[in-house]
Each structure stands twice: as C-alpha cells, then as structure tokens.
Design a protein around this ligand. Sequence first.
Ligand code: ASP
Length: 344
Amino acid sequence: MGTGRKKILVIYTGGTIGMMKTSNGYAPEKEKFHQLMEAIPELKSEEMPEWQVVDMDPLLDSSNITVREWNIIGSMIAEHYDRFDGFVVLHGTDTMAYTASALSFMLRNNRKPVILTGSQIPLCEIRNDARDNLITALMVAADDCVHEVCLYFGGKLLRGNRSIKYSADDLIAFESPNFPPLAEAGIEIRYNTGLLLPAPKGPFSLQKLQNVPIGVIKVFPGIQFELFDSIMTERLRGIVIETFGAGNIPGNGDMLLPIIRKASENGTIIIVCSQCPHGTVSLGAYETSATLKKAGAVSGYDLTTEAAVAKLYYLFSTGMKEDEIRYHMEHSLCGEISLESEER
Ligand code: ASP
C-alpha cells in the first residue's frame, strides 16, 4: 500500500456478497471473490481509500456464525487496529445485525469506523447490489466522522446495534426502526451528524465473548408456558422474552409469572423486548405487563432482540454480577437504547 490515502482493512467472512454458483447452490469462494474485487476499476481509483483484504477461515454462510466467529472478527480488528483507519466487514445478511450488535459492545472505546456490509445478489452476478454496497462501505470506513460500528446496506448507514434484517429479498434489506439512519447515500453521502457517536476518550480494547447459555422466547396466543418450566433453570443465564406490543404477555401471565419469578431468583436475567419492530416496551403500562416487572424481569425498552442477545453475551462475559447486568441492560452502553427510554 502507498501513502497519503486512508487505509482500510476489509475482513471477508463469507455471505452472499462473495458467493459463487455451485451444484449445491451459492457458496462462498475465496480466490474467485478476490479476483472479482481486483477487477472493479473504481476500487483502484485515487478517490478511494487504499484497502487490503483478509479472509476469515473458513468462510461462512452467516447462518453458521457463532460467538466463536464474533471473537475471531473482533480479534482481527484489534490486531490491526493501529495500522488501519477503518474496517469493512463483509458478512452474510442473515445474521449481520447480530454481528454488528456484538461488535459494537466488544470493541470498547472504538473510535474508528467499522462498517458491516454484504449483498442480496453476489458480486459474480451481472446485476448485483454488492458493488455499490462495497464501494460505499469503503468510503464510509474512510470517513473521519464515524466512531462506531455501523451497517451499510442499500443506501443507508445504520447504527449496527439498532439494525434488523427486515427483508429476505429486497435490495434495501435492513432498517433501524427505532433510530434514524446515520447517513443516506444519494448523490452524496449525507451524514446525520447530530446522531453520530462522539469519539470515546478511553483506550481501545477488545472484550471477547463467552458462549453463555441464553435463550429467546417469543410469546404467541395459546402459548403453554408450563412447557418452558423445565428449560428455565439456573443453567440458562439470560432469556429474552419477545412480548406483544409494549411488553404484554397472554393470560396475565398466570402460568409464566411463577416460572419467571423462580428463574429470576435463581439468577437468570430476563429481558422483555417487543415483537413490534417500532416502539418501546413500557412495563406497567398495562396490567398484562406490570406483573412481569414484579416477577423480576427487566425492560429492554426499544432494544432489538439482536442487540439484547448480543448485550447479554457481552455483559456476562465481562464477569459482572447479576445486579450490575440488570442495571446495564436498562441503560445504553453505545447507543443501543433511546435516551428517552433510558431516562424513564
Ligand atoms: N445466507 C446468506 C448469509 O447470510 C444470505 C446473505 O448473505 O444474504 O450468509
């Protein structure tokens, strides 16, 4: 690499963006993807930052990404942190919002742009969204104003821990329903500068995650809570409950509440999120939710389930005590909960 231009490390983890057609359907392929990237003339333009690609080994469909891969990606960033101005993580779309959420917590005091992107159509296809997502993500990663983990897709730069995949086939596949986009890429990349996180003051460090046993339960009409009694033991350290609307559970929780009370007394952290992508949990607004709080559940306010899962992994991995974890689940660490919720 030469000098003068920003230096960006591209971490290729797999996903549709770099997949090739095989007899078993699309699958990631390292060499071919590198060749395709090299063949994009715009990526060599003087207006672009310099970039270098490292591959995760093995490359994965993101459905197979686990805590182990989050630690690998986090370590790759930490290892190269001082040598690069920004990072682009090429990732499958299916779990990109989870990885973006996890990295936002793991990369403590991160001041450099870490931009996750991918595509719905692989770069090898003539008509694709990979090329634009890649070029724009590289440009954003070279921008001095971004000091956080973001997800760039389909013209929108989103806060990583606010994002969700909301379309399986649209080229605009991600949203951050409870937080406006940090930037929109039209003729120009227009930043919503007032929303960007400021550069942190402390030193950068990586908090690796442990594969803590946690679970997600989505309630539905007719749910037989008693079936969950046997799994909600002290072995399960954290549970995200996806409730109706503002935090409501069916049947006033007759069956669920004793289970939650028992689990909570055993030290399990229970976080209440909503099945509605937009809006916030407000425990106590209805009788059907007030009881959850009394039983020891903690409000996730407007946290996405993706961020709630990643935050549970993170907080448990720091070695914090349960009371501290409960406190932090209700307060924002890096922009994952709205301030209004935080102040309730
Ligand atoms: N299954 C793919 C993945 O998440 C889908 C994609 O990348 O769009 O890796």
